[in-house]
Design a protein around this ligand. Structure first.
Ligand SMILES: [Ca+2]
Ligand SMILES: [Ca+2]
Ligand SMILES: [Ca+2]
Length: 303
């Protein structure tokens, strides 16, 4: 009996050690912070076109998010340019970039869409978005335009299976390919269906000075698209941001958080009016002192 207990204690100790090691080495589930940007890195080989899987013109490598006291920045690293691409599979001969969909509701995408709880950003004017102009929109419902833009498969689960069948690894950025955030039985909603515009966005042509570095994660898609908008247009809280081209031939999502960052308080300096007053007072004091001395000198000379 005693001989049996010792190995059992020994095993318990080893198991505990292994558990601790596995906790320590477990990769972070949320996004990765690097130089003030929150990065979601996607599989580099889960885009599809025709019979090709991985590294295609639709490949998305990563998405990044940053906030300051006044602004929000979003960037996407992908092989697809801002203008989109021509495609014989698309009904209109063109596959554009989808819209950005922000979900602060804590519900899955379909539920949040049904209750008009999404925020959406249309940032290109040549896609099949349901809103007429670019900008950020509130009370958004979302829809998928994947079928019209040429995807031959019938659902997200079929897309995931096709990528795996070709020996590649599907993922949705910070989420697993089969995460219940997206309904696996349909194509991912990738554009705004309806919404109310609440503000404009700026497409950024000069990315230097943003400290944006997708290359740090080996994300080297041929295009980095970045935009900014006013911080005040989105609420505080945890959110999921999702994006895909019109054809849903690759999908990415980023888990993030927004909080109110206090604006820097300027250093207190004396008001100009009080500075002038002090100077005038000092000058007046000086004159009085001078006159008193002159008067004393005069009195002395009379005496
Ligand atoms: Ca990808
Ligand atoms: Ca199209
Ligand atoms: Ca993906």
């Amino acid at each position: 009996m005693i001989n049996l207990k010792i190995p059992s204690l020994f095993l318990t100790s080893i198991t505990a050690t292994l558990c601790c090691l596995s906790v320590i080495s477990k990769p972070a589930e949320a996004s990765t912070l690097y130089k003030d940007w929150n990065y979601a890195i996607d599989s580099f080989n889960d885009s599809i076109t025709g019979n090709n899987v991985g590294g295609t013109k639709y490949e998305i490598y990563g998405m990044a998010f940053k906030q300051t006291a006044d602004e929000i920045f979003v960037a996407i690293n992908t092989n697809l340019p801002l203008a989109g691409t021509s495609s014989n599979y698309a009904a209109d001969g063109h596959v554009g970039l989808g819209d950005l969909l922000f979900n602060f509701s804590g519900k899955n995408l379909s539920t949040a869409s049904a209750s008009k709880s999404l925020f959406g950003i249309r940032f290109v004017n040549n896609n099949d978005s349901g809103v007429s102009t670019t900008g950020i929109h509130d009370k958004v419902t979302a829809k998928s335009v994947a079928k019209d833009n040429g995807i031959a498969l019938d659902s997200l689960s079929e897309y995931n299976a096709w990528v795996k069948q070709n020996g590649k690894t599907p993922s949705i950025g910070d989420l697993a390919a089969n995460d219940p955030y997206f309904n696996q039985a349909i194509h991912v909603q990738n554009v705004i269906a309806s919404g109310t515009k609440i503000g404009d966005i700026n497409l950024l042509s000069n990315l230097s000075g943003l400290s944006l570095d997708f290359g740090h994660f080996g994300a080297n898609g041929s295009h980095t698209i970045a935009l900014s908008f006013a911080r005040s247009l989105l609420p505080d809280g945890d959110f999921i941001l999702s994006f895909a081209p019109e054809c849903d031939n690759d999908i990415i999502a980023l888990k993030g958080n927004l909080e109110t960052i206090p604006k820097p308080v300027p250093e207190t300096v004396p008001e100009p009016s009080s500075s002038v007053g002090l100077l005038a007072f000092a000058a007046f004091g000086g004159m009085l002192l001078k006159r008193t001395r002159q008067k004393k000198a005069l009195n002395a000379s009379i005496i």
